[in-house]
Design a protein around this ligand. Structure first.
Ligand code: C2E
Ligand code: MG
Ligand code: MG
Length: 449
């Protein structure tokens, strides 16, 4: 195993095991704090700012699982080497967590310079890593904070860099952020929402709404998609685009999902039997090996036929850990549950996924549907998706249909399924049941004529 000996100061840390990370030879968290403390002291009489940053490797855990622990360790050593090589004589890098590194840049005085340096580090870390005779790729996210005033402590600076890192991670992989006041506000707001959401889940206050999916030729409803809805007494209505990603991040999506699926299947058990129920699973649920058992146990409890259930997943869900996702989806499929690929066309390498995984249905993303009338490329893409799905024997639903002309055009192209405000907005269980009863009565009276 290679060990690193960094600058004179870091090499000193190598002689003190309590200040050294044994794997990489870099300083550890304690050493890093001590260095920042010292620099804050040095700057007491000299008001020049400096920069602290945290680098977090994106998706390191799947790499560990895929290549093994030894390979994971080798990669961490290579990461440390690259970071060390990118530091000048005055700068320091340390390992402060399993896949987290911190750097101190005494001569980086501005946000622009911090961003530039952080981007350079990300670039350096994105080159392939040798793992035996294979190579692995990694991306990294970085959060930075600048020291401006003597009142700030090391803890404050690192907390701010962590906040910036958290925001960078929320924006996807390979991002860099420098701390701002607004970030702090937004983090506080999210924490308030999280606390309220936790209470709402245990009080059963997140409800399933249902949006119809129709056969575009006959306009008959063939099923419904479940969409979670939540209104908090103080916060008002919080949209899924906010509370779903938050629930994922804070590890409460499992509880939320179980609540909504239980309620949804209870409601759907009262619908005519030919109607299916579609349910969204989040990417993090495809990494959790308990997901399939939980879904099946809910169906067991509510007596809902698994053959009437469709699970919607996105490509992001498959990318995180495809082996785990495959296992979960196979367990579900074995019981007769169908699998549908949501928001198709917006992810990465969509076509590759279609070879790797078996899908029963594809949902064409709203962005194509909304521009299908004006935009030639969108029209061609939709037609190509439809032709491909015909060839592969996969059903298709076009999402977000708002206009009659869009529905007509899609039907002409041979798209069978449609969903959107044109056919109905998401409605609660009671309204949905009333609507279904009404349409059964109407059909009966038409037949009687
Ligand atoms: P999605 O699964 O792609 O759901 C479709 C979204 O498009 C829904 O947004 C729906 O209200 C909206 N939509 C449907 N028709 C139209 C239309 O004609 N025009 C426009 N502009 N929008 C339309 P919603 O309910 O806000 O949900 C957003 C996303 O949140 C969903 O996207 C899904 O990814 C996620 N989500 C919702 N409920 C759940 C849930 O129970 N579990 C999980 N894991 N995710 C959920
Ligand atoms: Mg969906
Ligand atoms: Mg969708």
């Amino acid at each position: 195993m290679q060990t690193l000996f960094a600058t004179g100061q870091s090499a000193r840390s190598g002689s003190d095991p309590s200040l050294t990370d044994p794997l990489t030879g870099l300083g550890n968290e304690r050493r890093f704090y001590a260095k920042v403390d010292r620099l804050i002291g040095d700057r007491a009489d000299d008001p020049a700012p400096f920069t602290v940053g945290i680098v977090d490797l994106d998706g390191f855990k799947p790499i560990n699982d895929l290549f093994g622990r030894k390979a994971g360790d080798d990669i961490l050593v290579q990461v440390a080497l690259r970071l060390r090589a990118a530091m000048d004589g005055q700068s320091t890098v340390a390992r402060i967590g399993p896949d987290e590194f911190a750097f101190l840049l005494p001569m980086v005085f501005s946000e622009e310079a911090a961003l530039e340096k952080a981007h350079m580090l990300i670039e350096i870390l994105s080159a392939p890593y040798d793992v035996g005779d294979r190579t692995a790729r990694l991306s990294a996210s970085v959060g930075c904070s600048l020291f401006y005033s003597g009142e700030e402590t090391t803890e404050d600076l690192i907390h701010k860099a962590e906040t910036a890192l958290y925001q960078a991670k929320r924006c996807g992989r390979g991002q860099v952020m420098v701390f701002t006041r607004e970030m702090e506000e937004s983090v506080k707001r999210l924490t308030r929402i999280e606390q309220a959401l936790r209470k709402a889940i245990s009080a059963g206050e997140v409800a399933p709404f249902f949006q119809p999916i129709v056969d575009l030729r006959t306009r008959e409803t063939i099923g419904f998609e479940t969409l979670a809805r939540w209104t908090d007494r103080d916060l008002g209505t919080v949209v899924p685009a906010v509370f779903i990603p938050l629930a994922e991040e804070r590890g409460i999506i499992g509880g939320l999902s179980q609540l909504v699926l239980s309620r949804a299947t209870e409601a759907a058990a009262r619908w005519p039997e030919h109607l299916f129920l579609s349910f969204n699973l989040s990417p993090s649920q495809l990494v959790d090996q308990n997901t399939a058992a939980r879904v099946l146990s809910i169906l067991d409890n509510t007596g809902f036929d698994p053959r009437r259930l469709e699970i919607e997943i996105t490509e992001t869900g498959l990318m995180t850990d495809s082996i785990s996702a495959d296992r979960i989806l196979s367990d579900l499929r074995r019981e007769g549950i169908r699998i549908s690929l949501d928001d198709f066309g917006t992810g990465q390498s969509s076509l590759g996924r279609l070879r790797e995984f078996r899908f029963d249905k594809i949902k064409i993303d709203r962005s194509f549907v909304s521009s299908i009338l004006e935009d030639h490329p969108a029209e061609h893409i939709v037609r190509a998706i439809l032709a491909m799905c015909r060839g592969l024997g996969i059903d298709v639903v076009a999402e977000g249909i708002e206009q009659e002309a869009q529905a007509k055009r899609l039907a002409e192209f041979g798209c069978r399924g449609g969903q959107g405000f044109l056919f109905g907005r998401p409605a609660d269980a009671e309204t949905t049941l009333a609507m279904l009863r009404q349409s059964i009565r109407t059909a009966a009276s038409v037949h009687a004529v």
